[in-house]
Design a protein around this ligand. Structure first.
Ligand code: GAL
Length: 413
């Protein structure tokens, strides 16, 4: 460098004032479907607009199993990402294992405690300090239907599992695949938990999948749940194995199947394809009552470097920003985690979701999703999912499945 450019460079620094670290984040997440990518892009844009540098680390695989494996590998090799999509008890598990950055200053400055439902706020805390930031509330127990197919076949959205079975038989007789499903273990578990809720009711769900009460696990009701799972297995097409959830949603969209049982991230896909609720597709709670919630959130590892710490603080602040919570959730199919966002621009399914959540909080049927890592620690959730998948993909009897469930849960403690 000659003297002239040295001087020019130092003048530039002087003009710019004291050197501020530029907020930087590397964000590990599993939002790779069309609507998911569109949703996370909102955050990325806002982060960049605030002068930040975003490095994206998407790990494909619905439900996040692959992302969590990638996360573990990164942490074990001493290279933790600045921010990670993390939710439910996994937040506290990581906190215990490695520590997580304390974002209480951001949370307090922005009054998170005043705008979040207490139950959600609780998930975001580690030993009293804020250690995660929530982006949304997804409802898991949704049934999606292709309006045209249902109308053509004189079928109403079922409100009991018997009605669901009757509708499915009718569709099958007409040569239509009743249920679009992706045979991945988290999707099997998603159906399973809606059947547990529907056949057993909220109290049974609480006992079986949250309290892991041996009596509930080893009950006739649980046997009936596996009976229904076996029936449902008969309603999926031959190519269901390994299919991604959004491809199953596309089957309903394109008239290749009548129904899908999936959380309302499926609605994000319908909307991204320009489909209208009530016109092209219909939403209804899966047979039964209650609200299985799945709250997506981000947590931050304790890392050195001012630019990383500033990046974490900025990201946490943006995630809980009213504007972001609205735009993100319009794309994602969920509703805002903040209770002070008007839902005027949201569709009828979102409004219905919000109503059910409020009712659920009042009558005790607002329950954390087991299949989406909100209810149990990893070992227990994994043990149950393994049994559910093994049953779904074999001719295992319901009696054997119940026994395996009891044993697997006991062994996972
Ligand atoms: C869930 C997650 C949703 C959605 C879905 C499919 O676990 O909470 O936001 O991404 O997986 O990937």
């Amino acid at each position: 460098m000659n003297i002239k450019s040295v001087l020019a460079a130092s003048t530039a620094v002087m003009l710019a004032g004291p050197v501020m670290a530029e907020p930087t984040v590397e964000v590990l997440h599993w939002w790779t479907s069309g609507s998911e990518a569109q949703s996370v892009a909102v955050l990325q844009e806002q982060f960049k607009a605030e002068g930040g540098t975003w490095t994206d680390m998407p790990v494909a695989g619905g439900g996040g199993d692959a992302a969590m494996t990638a996360l573990r590998a990164r942490v074990l090799s001493g290279n933790a990402p600045t921010a990670v999509q993390l939710k439910g008890p996994a937040i506290q598990e990581w906190y215990e294992e490695t520590g997580l950055a304390d974002i209480s200053a951001v949370a307090e400055e922005n009054n998170w405690a005043d705008v979040l439902p207490a139950q959600i706020a609780e998930h975001m805390k580690c030993e009293g300090q804020w250690c995660a930031a929530p982006v949304n509330v997804h409802r898991v127990n949704w049934l999606w239907g292709n309006k045209q197919i249902l109308d053509d076949n004189g079928i109403e959205m079922p409100t009991t599992w018997d009605e669901f079975n009757a509708a499915a038989e009718k569709l099958q007789a007409a040569g239509i695949t009743p249920l679009a499903h992706g045979g991945q273990s988290w999707q099997d578990a998603t159906i399973f938990e809606t059947v547990v809720l529907g056949l057993g009711g909220p109290e049974f769900f609480q006992k079986a999948l949250i309290d892991l009460d041996p009596e509930a696990l080893n009950s006739d009701t649980m046997k009936q749940v596996f009976d229904e799972m076996r029936i449902i297995r008969g309603y999926v097409d031959d190519n269901f194995s390994g299919r991604d959830w959004n491809l199953a949603t596309a089957m309903v969209m394109n008239g290749e199947a009548a129904f899908q049982i999936m959380g309302d991230w499926a609605k994000g896909e319908f909307l991204a394809a320009g489909k209208e609720p009530g016109t092209d597709f219909v939403c209804a709670q899966t047979p039964g009552t209650g609200f299985l919630y799945n709250v997506d959130s981000f947590a931050f590892f304790e890392l050195d470097g001012e630019e990383k710490q500033q990046g974490q603080a900025l990201l946490a602040k943006l995630i809980m920003g009213p504007e972001f919570q609205k735009t993100f959730n319009l794309n994602k199919g969920s509703i805002p985690a903040r209770t002070d966002i008007a839902l005027d621009d949201f569709d009828s399914c979102a409004v219905e979701s919000n109503k059910a959540m409020t009712a659920g909080a009042q009558n005790g049927s607002l329950l954390p999703s087991f299949a989406h890592g909100m209810a149990l620690r990893g070992a227990q959730a994994g043990a149950i999912t393994d049994v559910v998948t093994a049953h779904f993909n074999s001719d295992m009897s319901s009696d054997d499945a119940v026994q395996q469930l009891v044993d697997a849960v006991a062994n996972s403690m």
